[in-house]
Write a protein that binds this ligand. Structure first.
Ligand SMILES: [Zn+2]
Ligand SMILES: [Zn+2]
Ligand SMILES: [Zn+2]
Length: 309
């Protein structure tokens, strides 16, 4: 191994010692920087940002021909964009300079393009955690008696690949899995012919009054705990379930009940915007004052009497 010769002073490129021309200093000032010193070679310069006061290495031609960008200010903007939508910037993606890794409010790590986070901050896109979404979709499938396998092979992006408890693998639109309206092509079990329940649930939304949901499901408990509530802080209770011989019967009765409630209490329907953040419920929710009416309807069903709606 060659030892360094201490008698010879380390080579300092001549350019580094050369005074900086006043015209460069002026150009730096015009572009929002102070040229503090030369860099390691004659092409490099060090610029101090007027805005944040921090220094970065740049190139002479960048200063001459373009407007230098302060990397510290850029990173600060990324952090602010992230914070404004509840994300924490963890670090840049070493494999792609346009992407960063963030921690979402749910605790999961997500990867996003910096520009995308800016658009989310401006309200142009929704922020969704893929891990949480996967958990929700797995729960939807379990509720309906299926296992989520992954993306579809033959269908569009609204479809997923699932395995039934009989072992049969099939692709369905996710929307149909959410409402449990699916039939197994392997064993023939169908939502329409399998037993089901009509249910009435009560939800307490933070900073809002309670609301009542009427619906039907093959498995109301699983639907409540693993599918409808976005977080455990939401108080959700099943008030009553009535067994139906088939999903088809449950669906048809549920539709009639909603029709009757909409006719008689049109002002009691809660707009989805009020609970969208807390509940994965698209419609069919009413103000709590309708609870006795809905429970009375369900009691009537429970006695086997024909629904007088
Ligand atoms: Zn800066
Ligand atoms: Zn998450
Ligand atoms: Zn099956």
């Amino acid at each position: 191994m060659t030892q360094p010769d201490h008698n010879i002073s380390p080579a300092v490129p001549l350019a580094v010692k050369t005074p900086i021309p006043a015209s460069w200093q002026q150009m730096a000032r015009d572009k929002g920087f102070r040229l503090t010193r030369r860099g390691a070679d004659r092409y490099q310069i060090m610029l101090e940002c007027d805005h944040c006061g921090r220094e970065h290495r740049s190139k002479r031609n960048v200063l001459m021909d373009h407007t230098p960008l302060c990397p510290h200010c850029i990173e600060q903007r990324w952090r602010e964009d992230a914070r404004s939508v509840g994300l924490e910037l963890l670090h840049r993606d070493p494999d792609d300079h346009r992407h960063g890794f963030y921690r979402a409010a749910c605790g999961h790590s997500i990867r996003r393009q910096f520009g995308r986070v800016r658009q989310i901050a401006r309200g142009k896109h929704a922020l969704r955690c893929e891990t949480c979404l996967r958990h929700v979709e797995e729960a939807e499938a379990r509720t309906a008696g299926w296992e989520l396998l992954g993306p579809p092979r033959d269908r569009g992006s609204s479809y997923r690949r699932y395995r039934h408890s009989c072992g049969h693998v099939q692709e369905f639109a996710r929307a149909n899995m959410q409402t449990e309206r699916i039939c197994c092509g392997g064993c023939g079990v169908s939502w329409a012919t399998a037993p089901s329940f009509i249910y009435c649930m009560r939800f307490k939304i933070p900073d809002s009054s309670s609301m009542t949901k009427l619906g039907f499901s093959k498995n109301p408990r699983s639907r409540l705990h693993h599918q409808l509530m976005c977080s455990p802080e939401i108080g959700g209770t099943i008030l009553r379930t009535v067994a139906m011989s088939t999903g088809r019967a449950a669906q048809s009765l549920e539709k009639r009940m909603h029709g009757a409630l909409k006719r008689t209490h049109p002002n009691a329907i809660i707009p989805p915007a009020r609970y969208r953040e807390h509940l994965r419920v698209k419609s069919e929710s009413y103000e709590a004052r309708l609870e006795p009416t809905i429970l009375a309807m369900l009691n009537q069903l429970g006695t086997g009497a024909d629904l007088s709606v």
